[in-house]
Write a protein of this length. Structure first.
Length: 151
């Protein structure tokens, strides 16, 4: 496999949207190709996220990682929230996820970020192993994450 990882542009919206729809389905949401297309379009057109796409010349798009910008006020620095990572089922175990994660890390370094943050579900053990193998550290007992649902 000849894998290429590159930053997505608005021209990639039709390529990324089906992967994003599959990602949402992985987390239990119903298929909604239009919502996926609209969401990816808005993020890229508004420069609200950075997306890296993994491609193989014969297999096409195999996965993506989406980063959202944020800041750490205490450190007075940028940080990136690694919000979405998805590898197509046929490409799992081939190093695509690792390559996408490395692209995210490189982007964070190149933009002067203090850190990358992410969260995943309690039952996503494959993801934990990947993240930990790349040096990510699970938050300790002194950190709590809270969420306020608004709808």
């Amino acid at each position: 496999m000849s894998l290429t990882i590159r930053a997505a542009t608005t021209a990639d919206i039709p390529t990324i949207a089906p992967l994003f729809d599959a990602y949402r389905q992985f987390y239990g949401k119903p298929a909604d190709p239009q919502a996926a297309l609209d969401f990816i379009r808005e993020r890229l057109e508004r420069n609200e996220s950075v997306i890296f796409v993994a491609e193989d010349p014969t297999r096409g798009a195999l996965g993506f990682v989406q980063l959202f910008p944020s800041f750490t006020s205490v450190q007075a620095r940028r940080l990136w929230v690694l919000n979405d990572l998805f590898v197509a089922p046929q490409a799992r175990g081939l190093g695509v996820g690792r390559a996408l994660m490395n692209a995210a890390r490189d982007h964070a370094i190149n933009t002067g970020a203090k850190r990358l943050t992410l969260e995943t579900m309690d039952d996503n053990e494959k993801a934990w192993k990947l993240y930990e193998s790349l040096g990510y550290v699970k938050s300790g007992p002194d950190v709590r994450y809270y969420t306020l649902e608004l709808d």
